[in-house]
Design a protein around this ligand. Structure first.
Ligand code: AMO
Length: 426
C-alpha cells in the first residue's frame, strides 16, 4: 500500500493513529538530532519529524525526491501545520537530481520558457497545478451546460483534405502520397452535421500555421465549437452568455481553493453581455482620433483602445461581410453586413460566430466573392442540397477563456504543452 491518506486528510481526529503518506520532499530542515521534512502530495503538504535510525536517510535525501513515510500523527507546534507525522519508516523511492532545472516550489522564479522546458516538474508548483484543475473543471462545466441544452458531442477528423476556413494558415501533412492538412476548425463538418443531429458541439485541438508571436496565439489550440439548426445568431449569442456565466458562477463554487491561490479577480455573474455593432466601434474609435473607414479590420492596437473602455465581456456584432469568412449570412436589412459576432474580453477576442449562409447558390457566390473556388468545396456543398436548415454557431478559444478566468497574461501559462512558432517540445 502506497498511502493510507492524502495530506489534506490529516487532522486532529487522527492523532495517535498510524498513517502512510506518499509524495515529494519539498523541504528538508536538518537540526542535528532531528530532521523536519515537508512532504507535498497533490492535495497539500504535511510536516514529518524524523529521528533515530531513519535520520541519515532523511539528511541525505534530495529535495523533490519521491518518498513514502509511515508514522504516527501528533499535534504540531509549527505555525503552518496543526498536526505532523512522527516517522517510523522513511523510504526514498526515487531520488531527484540536483540541481533541478527549475524550483517547483516557485520560491526561485524561472522564465516561462525554462518552466515549459520542464513542464512536468513545473506542475508540482501548487499555483501552476491550480491552473489545470481550474481548466479541467471549466471544461466539465461547459460540457455539462451543452449537454443539458440538448447538444450532442461530436468528434470530427483533424486530418482533412481541404481548407475548412479558406485562407493560408494550414499545416500540410504528407498523407499516403497525397497532401492533407491539419484541421483549422471543425467548421464545415459541424455545419453539415446539423442536417441530421440538430445541435452539435465539439471540444478539440485545432491547428493554425500563423506566424504570430503574441501572448494569445498558439499553433495548436483548444476550441469549443457549437452549431445548431433552426437557430438565429441572437440565440446562439445567448448560448455563449449562458456558457460564460455558468463557468464564472460554477468555478467560484467548485474551485474555491484554486481560485484563491491564483488570486483570480472576483467575477460577478454577468447575465446579459453588452452588444456593440462594428459601426458603433468605429464611431468610438473615431472619437479617439483614429482614422478608420467602414471595411477596415479592427487591428490589435484598435482593439486595445476599445478594450480600455470595455474592460469586461462584450460582443462586437454585424461585421462587414468582407471581413468575415465565406460561410456567414448577410443581413437582410443591409447586405454589406454579416450576421456575425465576436465575443471580446477587453482587447482579447474569445469567440467568433454567427448565422450561416444555408442557401446553396448564395454559398457558392459567397465562396467566389471571397476568392475561393467552389469546386474545391464540392464535398461540403453537396450537403446544402439535402435540405440544409438555417443554422448558427460559434467557436470559442478555450485557452483564451482560461487566460481570462485565471488572470494569466500569456496563453502558454494555461496550456500544458503549448505549441507555437518556436516550440515543438516537450
Ligand atoms: P476563429 O478563427 O475566430 O473562428 O476562431 C475561434 C476562436 O478560437 C480562438 N483562436 C485561437 N486561440 C489561440 N491561438 C490561435 N492561433 C487562435 N486562433 C483562434 C479565438 C477565436 O475567437 N469557424 C470559426 C468559428 C465559428 O464561426 O463557429 C472560427 O474558427 O478565441
Amino acid at each position: 500500500m502506497y498511502r493510507s491518506h492524502y495530506a489534506n486528510q490529516l487532522d486532529e481526529s487522527l492523532v495517535g493513529q498510524k498513517v502512510r503518506i506518499s509524495g515529494w520532499i519539498e523541504d528538508i530542515r536538518d537540526i542535528g538530532r532531528l530532521v523536519f521534512l515537508v512532504i507535498r502530495d497533490v492535495t497539500g503538504s504535511v510536516q514529518v519529524v524524523v529521528t533515530g535510525e531513519k535520520l541519515e536517510t532523511a539528511k541525505n535525501a534530495s529535495r523533490q525526491s519521491a518518498i513514502i513515510i509511515s508514522g504516527f500523527v501528533r499535534r504540531s507546534k509549527a505555525k503552518d501545520f496543526s498536526v505532523e507525522i512522527k516517522a517510523s519508516e522513511v523510504s526514498i523511492i526515487n531520488s531527484a537530481v540536483q540541481p533541478l532545472p527549475i524550483d517547483p516550489t516557485g520560491r526561485v522564479e524561472s522564465s516561462i520558457d525554462k518552466r515549459l522546458d520542464s513542464r512536468a516538474l513545473d506542475l508540482r508548483n501548487p499555483k501552476v497545478a491550480a491552473l489545470f484543475h481550474v481548466r479541467s473543471a471549466a471544461l466539465n462545466i461547459i460540457r455539462d451546460t451543452l449537454l443539458k441544452n440538448n447538444y450532442i458531442e461530436i468528434n470530427t477528423p483533424k486530418i482533412i483534405g481541404t481548407a475548412s476556413e479558406g485562407g493560408a494558415n494550414l499545416f500540410n501533412v504528407e498523407y499516403f502520397k497525397k497532401t492533407a492538412y491539419l484541421a483549422q476548425s471543425p467548421q464545415l463538418y459541424k455545419e453539415q452535421l446539423v442536417l441530421a443531429l440538430d445541435k452539435v458541439f465539439e471540444i478539440g485541438s485545432y491547428f493554425r500555421a500563423e506566424k504570430s508571436h503574441t501572448v494569445r496565439h498558439l499553433s495548436e489550440f483548444t476550441s469549443v465549437d457549437v452549431e445548431a439548426a433552426f437557430v438565429d445568431y441572437e440565440d446562439i449569442m445567448v448560448l455563449a452568455e449562458r456558457i460564460v456565466t455558468d463557468v464564472i458562477v460554477q468555478l467560484s463554487e467548485k474551485c474555491k481553493i484554486e481560485t484563491n491561490l491564483l488570486d483570480c479577480q472576483a467575477f460577478t455573474p454577468i447575465g446579459k453581455i453588452e452588444r456593440l455593432t462594428y459601426e458603433e466601434c468605429l464611431d468610438e474609435l473615431r472619437k479617439e482620433g483614429e482614422k478608420i473607414e467602414f471595411g477596415d479590420d479592427l487591428s490589435d492596437p484598435l482593439l486595445r483602445k476599445l478594450g480600455e473602455f470595455h474592460r469586461g465581456f462584450y460582443f462586437i456584432i454585424d461585421w462587414p461581410v468582407k471581413l468575415k469568412p465565406f460561410y456567414l449570412e448577410s443581413k437582410e436589412s443591409n447586405s454589406r453586413l454579416s450576421k456575425s459576432f465576436d465575443l471580446q474580453y477587453g482587447y482579447l477576442e474569445l469567440a467568433s460566430g454567427g448565422a450561416r449562409q444555408y442557401d446553396y447558390g448564395k454559398l457558392c457566390s459567397s465562396l467566389t466573392e471571397h476568392d475561393l473556388n467552389p469546386t474545391n468545396f464540392s464535398e461540403h456543398l453537396k450537403a446544402f442540397e439535402w435540405g440544409m436548415p438555417p443554422h448558427s454557431g460559434w467557436g470559442l478559444g478555450f485557452d483564451r477563456l482560461m487566460m481570462v478566468m485565471t488572470n494569466s497574461r500569456n496563453v502558454r501559462e494555461v496550456v500544458i504543452y503549448p505549441r507555437d512558432t518556436e516550440r515543438l517540445t516537450p
